[in-house]
Design a protein around this ligand. Structure first.
Ligand SMILES: [Fe+2]
Length: 165
């Protein structure tokens, strides 16, 4: 990551190189949140079948929760003197969670894919948390715990909703 423009160089007592490592991980997590937000909305819009109402509403709740996290992630990056995402193109270059542009996806496949994606996000957030601890950026590591808890909850709901008995 390049040095921020001088006007964007927020004062911080944390080590610049350390926070840059954290910011890189945060920006990856942010791109993944936007990718996961849109995929969750995509499935909310295109889900079909006998469980339509349950799945449609579950995915909407989850999309709202994911979108709420994005602002907090981006602002942690700025508070530690680094810069964050600026565009959908930026998201596309950084996201690790893959898009799903298929014409039709079965409800079971939707639940399974979102569950895996949320667990992938958990991995990225754990990595972010470890880097934050190493950088003595305790504010990031403690708030990352909440984001991890929420992603694990989403994976749990998706798992339970997919059970057949
Ligand atoms: Fe909707």
């Amino acid at each position: 990551m390049a040095d921020p423009a001088p006007q964007l160089d927020t004062p911080t007592d944390l080590n610049r190189n350390d926070t840059r490592t954290v910011a890189d991980a945060l920006n990856t997590a942010l791109a993944d949140c936007f990718a996961l937000y849109l995929k969750t909305k995509n499935f909310h819009w295109h889900v079909s079948g006998p469980h339509f109402r349950d799945y449609h509403l579950l995915m909407d709740d989850q999309a709202t929760q994911i979108l709420e996290v994005t602002d907090a992630i981006a602002e942690r990056v700025r508070k530690t003197g680094n810069t964050t995402l600026r565009s959908i193109g930026d998201v596309g270059r950084r996201q690790q969670i893959r898009d799903n542009d298929q014409e039709f996806v079965t409800p079971d496949a939707m639940l399974a894919e979102l569950r895996e994606d949320n667990l992938k996000l958990v991995e990225t957030l754990r990595d972010t948390r470890e880097r934050a601890e190493a950088a003595k950026d305790t504010a990031t590591s403690s708030i990352a715990d909440d984001w991890i808890d929420q992603a694990e909850e989403r994976a749990w709901f998706l798992f339970e909703a997919s059970r057949k008995a």
